[in-house]
Design a protein around this ligand. Sequence first.
Ligand SMILES: [Zn+2]
Length: 67
Amino acid sequence: MDVADLAQLQNEQLDALRVGAHKPVAPQADGKCLWCGEVLADGRRWCDAACRDEWERAERCRAVRGA
Ligand SMILES: [Zn+2]
């Protein structure tokens, strides 16, 4: 990916955020952090806000790129 692609991607992500599209939908909790795989207590999907934010960012990126 070059700089132009990155800029394009960021613009698309900003547009998606602006219109509220591509809000990532997290799957059900499965006892492990969705981002780092750490074992968690029942009903939790991430260790903390940092893992959640990273996961959401990655999900948005995936949705925008259509991959
Ligand atoms: Zn985690």
